[in-house]
Each structure stands twice: as structure tokens, then as C-alpha cells.
Design a protein around this ligand. Structure first.
Ligand SMILES: [Zn+2]
Length: 381
């Protein structure tokens, strides 16, 4: 397999804003790119930095409804404030800001290009941090997501007869992606996320398993508040990893949201870079052609650290534990005290983690009973 890799980055990201008070900050991409550069990961041998490119209406319409797309184009071109709640457009969560449709296309084009490089050009890995809008529905914006870049890109793989694993480690359930592939066995959709009992988007329970031919090809690991590094790695090792290796896809597509981290302002999991990087190293070791996209992450330094770690692992580069001096200085000026790239493994308080452990063990049991016989076979676990 080729060892070529590609990182998608565009200076155009800085031209857009969800608004001053919105938690989604586009600066996160520049910050991640600056950390990547500070580690000299922008000029590796056999690696390219690539622009987003363009995405055609035809590809977008492989998933989205044309009336929804028309409404976004109309609102995006108009300077007047507009809203259409039927399509989830113009509320506090999914604001209509100037050029927001171009913004959505830019991220989607990046994911599409990353996927094309892996599927058609023989790249071993390609990463678009400015992707991973997993909440976008067929005809509705949701959870800061307007276009579902993952579904659009994976549809292009399915059209070529490829089998795909979609692994989503964002703190939120990848509901839009699950919906798109709920009835097919060509995509094994696995999501590890904070439980929907009390948390957006309110889906992703372990009894959501797909329907028809797709039964058993949707796998959800809902995690309750205070799930920590050891519990997260246990869930990955006991369910996710064996399923991915048994399914043995042509391509693995990962949504690498960094809002699971214990300092994230929107979520209550207690994950650190320790288990995040553990999971990515195991994905890398599978040697399956790999497409990565970003996702959530509302503590900006966490997104920068997480996506730098991901890019390092895709390239087989071991990074020093300490952040580069120049980067520490520049973020200190922004009020961030961080000095380390990798965190020590974190355990939650005992009473909290006992509850989180009980919950994950129940989900592991359900998945082993319902899904393992279909994907792994009855004799191998
Ligand atoms: Zn999220």
C-alpha cells in the first residue's frame, strides 16, 4: 500500500463566521494548522497539503433534497436575515450567515477530495479537519451542520461498489449518517458518544441496529457522563475494534470530533488525548485506506491538539509530549495555559466511573449478542 498522505486545508476558512456568540469557531482550523506547522508536519515526505476543491450539485443531491439545497442557496446569497425552520435554517444553532452555503460546500468538497485521493489515487490516508458535519439530515440543518459531507463522500464510494466502515468518535451521536445508511450492509456505521438520554441529538441507543439488510450494520455505544479514558478504551477494544477487523472494509472513514474531552464546554465525558490517540493508533495499525474528518470540539486547543495527533498518527510520526515553544507562546497570548500535546490517562471519580462502567458493560453485552453473530460469526468470541 502507498504511504502517501494528504491534509486538506484552505485559507478561505477564515472568511466565514457562525457569529461571535456561537460555540462553533472557524478559528479552530487555523489553530490546528498552526500546531501542525509548529511540529513541521506540513512538509513531510510523501505528504501533500491540498485545497478543498469543488463539489458538484449532483454529488450533493446524492443525499440531500433539492428543495432544501435551493433554499440554502437563496438565503446564502441574500444579505437580509432569513429563516426557515422547516429546514432548520436561521435559528441560534444553525445560523444563516453571509455565504453559509459556500462555507458548507467548502467543507464538503474537502471531504470529497480526501475520499477521492484515498479511493482513486492510492493515498493511504487523507484528512479534512474541516469536515464531519454528521448531524445534517436529508432536508434539514441540525447541530451546526448544513451538508452531510460524510454521507455525500461515502455515497461516492458505494457507487464504486466499495464497502466502508464509518467510525464516529465525536461526543454527539452521528444521527444524520446513521439515517443515511440504516438500511444497507455496505456501510458498517459505528458511533461512540455521550448518551442521548439527556443529550443532543437524543438518539444513538444500543438498540438502534439498522433495519432489513442493514440490521446489525448500525452499532451504537452510548456513554454516560464521566466516562473516562479506561472505559472508553475498553469499549473500543471489546466491541469496535473486533467489528472493524471482522468486517474488513475497503475504506475506513472516521469522524474525529474532539468534544469528548474533559475540558469541552458542551459535553460531560472525561476523555483525554490518551484514549483518543490510543484508538487512532489501532486504526492506523489495521492498514486499511483511511479517510479522516474533523467534527465537534469547542475547546479550541483540544481540537488543535487532537487533529495534530491524528495527522501525526496517519503519517506514522511520533510527536514529542510537549507542545512546541512557539505554539505555547502564541496560545498563552490568547489565554490558554496548555503546554502538553499528550495528557496522562485520566480516571473519573470512583462513584461516577462505576455508573459509567455499568452502563457501557450493558451496551457491550447487547452488541455482542445482537451484532457479533452477524459480523464476526458465532465461534470467534
Ligand atoms: Zn459533537
Amino acid at each position: 500500500m502507498s504511504v502517501r498522505t494528504a491534509l486538506i486545508y484552505s485559507h478561505k476558512f477564515d472568511d466565514f463566521s457562525y457569529g461571535e456568540s456561537h460555540p462553533f469557531k472557524v478559528q479552530r482550523f487555523r489553530l490546528a494548522y498552526e500546531l501542525i506547522k509548529a511540529y513541521s508536519l506540513d512538509n513531510l515526505e510523501n505528504s501533500v497539503i491540498s485545497e478543498s476543491g469543488r463539489i458538484s450539485d449532483e454529488d450533493i443531491l446524492s443525499f440531500h433534497d433539492s428543495k432544501y439545497i435551493d433554499r440554502m442557496k437563496e438565503f446564502s446569497a441574500s444579505p437580509a436575515p432569513r429563516a426557515d425552520f422547516l429546514y432548520g435554517l436561521g435559528d441560534a444553532e444553525n445560523p444563516v450567515f453571509p455565504g453559509f452555503y459556500d462555507w458548507a460546500c467548502l467543507g464538503t468538497a474537502g471531504t470529497f477530495e480526501a475520499t477521492r485521493l484515498v479511493a482513486e489515487e492510492g493515498y493511504s490516508a487523507a484528512f479534512n479537519p474541516a469536515g464531519g458535519y454528521h448531524h445534517a439530515h436529508r432536508s434539514k440543518a441540525s447541530g451546526f451542520s448544513y451538508l452531510n459531507d460524510a454521507v455525500i463522500a461515502i455515497n461516492s464510494l458505494l457507487a464504486k461498489g466499495k464497502r466502508v466502515v464509518y467510525l464516529d468518535i465525536d461526543a454527539h451521536h452521528g444521527d444524520g449518517v446513521q439515517e443515511a445508511f440504516f438500511e444497507t450492509d455496505q456501510v458498517l456505521v459505528i458511533s461512540m458518544h455521550e448518551s442521548g438520554i439527556y443529550f443532543f441529538p437524543g438518539t444513538g441507543f444500543d438498540n438502534e441496529l439498522g433495519v432489513g439488510r442493514g440490521f446489525g450494520y448500525t452499532v451504537n455505544l452510548p456513554l454516560i457522563a464521566h466516562t473516562d479514558d479506561p472505559i472508553y478504551m475498553k469499549a473500543f477494544d471489546e466491541v469496535v475494534y473486533p467489528l472493524i477487523s471482522a468486517y474488513d472494509p475497503d475504506i475506513i472513514f472516521t469522524q474525529l470530533g474532539a468534544d469528548t474531552f474533559r475540558t469541552d464546554p458542551l459535553t460531560r465525558l472525561e476523555i483525554t488525548t490518551h484514549s483518543y490517540s490510543y484508538i487512532l493508533r489501532k486504526i492506523k495499525a489495521l492498514r486499511i485506506p483511511w479517510v479522516g474528518v474533523g467534527g465537534g470540539g469547542y475547546d479550541l486547543i483540544n481540537t488543535a491538539r487532537a487533529w495534530t495527533i491524528a495527522w501525526g498518527i496517519m503519517n506514522g510520526v511520533d510527536l514529542p509530549v510537549k507542545l512546541p515553544e512557539s505554539f505555547v507562546e502564541s496560545i498563552a497570548a490568547m489565554g490558554y495555559p496548555n503546554t502538553m500535546l499528550f495528557d496522562a490517562m485520566h480516571w473519573a471519580e470512583e462513584s461516577d466511573r462505576n455508573l459509567a462502567l455499568d452502563a457501557v458493560e450493558k451496551s457491550i453485552e447487547t452488541i455482542r449478542k445482537e451484532v457479533f453473530p452477524l459480523i464476526i460469526g458465532s465461534n470467534h468470541y
